[in-house]
Write a new protein. Sequence first.
Length: 138
Amino acid sequence: MPSIGRLLRSFRLGGATSALLLAVALCGGVGSVQALAPSPGIASEVSIGQLPAEARRTQQLIRDGGPFPYSKDGTVFGNRERLLPRAPRGYYREYTVPTPGSRDRGARRIVCGGQRPVAPDACYYSDDHYASFRLIAQ
């Protein structure tokens, strides 16, 4: 019987895919993968105090229920990038974090998830227009 490593090489799978398949094999099946694989777009955690001042102000506006400076603030975030944990449509909402010197909304956002927008279950900060996220520690 071929080794798992030889089998994976025979399919010419990339390193990340090979690692995931190996984790599934070692942990007893697909049901174990969710506990092993964090969302790929959550790079780290950040405290509110570590956020830029504009992000702290946006976070407070979220908790206060507004008013928000941009019409897109509070709209549904579709998580099309699939970087945040999976959730039903409508769970996530996006908010603009103003960027000093930017003529438009800029690239910084806070995305919060939960049933009540003023009391979200979790919020994530992105400073690169959804290419990556950091969990905001509550």
